[in-house]
Design a protein around this ligand. Sequence first.
Ligand code: SER
Length: 527
Amino acid sequence: LLLTNAGMVQFKDVFLGADKRSYVRAATSQKCMRVSGKHNDLENVGPSPRHHTFFEMLGNFSFGDYFKREAIDFAWRLLIDELGLDLERMWFTVYTDDDEAERLWIEAGAPPERVLRFGKKDNWWAMGDTGPCGPCSEIHYYWGDLDKQDASGVNVDDEYLEIWNLVFMQYDQKPDGEIVDLPAPSVDTGLGLERMASILQRTDNNYDTDAFLPIMARIQELAGQSDAERAENLYRYRAIADHARACTFLISDGVLPGNESRSYILRMILRRAARFGKLIGFEGPFLAGVADKVIEEMGAHYTDLIGKRDFILQTITAEEERFQRTLSTGLARLDEIMAELKAGGKTELPGEQAFFLWDTFGFPIDLTRDIIEEEGFTVDQAGFDTAMAAQKERSRASVEDKTALDVTVYGRLLNQLQAAGQLPAEGVTHLIYENIAEVDGLVLGLIAEGELVEEANVGTVVELVLPETPFYVESGGQISDTGEIYYFPETMDIPAWTVQVTGMARPVPGLIVHRGTVTSGTVRVSD
Ligand code: SER
């Protein structure tokens, strides 16, 4: 799993019998993210009044201790006796052949006509493609007019809200398809905190509860919008509020924006929020202002957030700035592409185009999909995957296919560096979409007047090689980045030298050079 997507994740091995705890029962409040893999709610976030990427899941667990009877009894006592929910609004579901669970609900006090049976899609729970799983029993709460409810709406209409899932963990799904019994029947339940809050606070959606209202208000304040404008942009406000929470917690738990795995997810939802922000009128980075409210609201309990506040806010703003540089141009280009497709009677975005948007403008595929679906388009995911794989292959091959030794100064330098283990086989690392980057490594090479040199003084025109670079290198139409390089030795807080970079080049595959002039100090190889 990339992310904790259920309250039971940390208990997986306990269910499987591979781990033992000093307790056989537990109750939890768990940070969860449902934004990838088997449990992915991303597309619902915004339009849906009650789906989130990040949310808090409450749960109670039995590891071979209590089972169905107690789990159902506990749920009944909490919802009906303690919280006083209205039985006339409640529906209970059980797995197709789970006679026992049905009987237990009725014994607890549920009217028989309110206990319904569903199949695998609704009432069988699995953490992922493999691992602990079992039949489950869900409790739904009806929001609409009392006399309009009907069994046929459960698991169909939005007015029937799933609040609590009791999973009777009994099996382990093996990768080869076989299902085996767990060492002992166990219980895993999950109750969405935000949904329960919406019921207890009598609002028909999570965003009007005290968990979200202050965050929604902060967005409105930052945007300087009227209530009417906020209402017009409701879905965008919701998505931003949700994503601000998710980004805040992901960063506080150690995830940084990037191009792979969890880092990609953070980048993707942050960029999604940035785009929604642009659509409601923000012209620059704004998300840190929203995240700050999240920290203020949730920091009393999640005290980590307060200690990491500055880091969280800076990380968010840096990523937003990075995306802002390409967002408008990318959106304009995407509009053109869609117009061309429409003119040709097509509604599927080719994979190479989606890849182009990612490669050139930093549009995560999920964001592109999101945008074009609003216009009734789909995206060719397989084509995108192929284009991505082809690019990886190209950069690998260009390194390996270097048959004859390159005798130019660049070729010699690259060979030397690779032979000495100072550069990997792929060559210089390109930190794409970084605006400001700290390069942690040595000056690997200096070239002046076409020769390798050991140092260069103020005024010298140089080509400088580093192990990694945030500078974009011209290739196929785009122009190279320009900028500055500052060198800070550990003991100094003013730069020991600076180089003004006026152009970039990739003279041989794997080698990237910064071309420019030394504007202060003396640059030395190994600085
Ligand atoms: N694991 C179950 C769920 O996520 C119950 O906690 O719904």
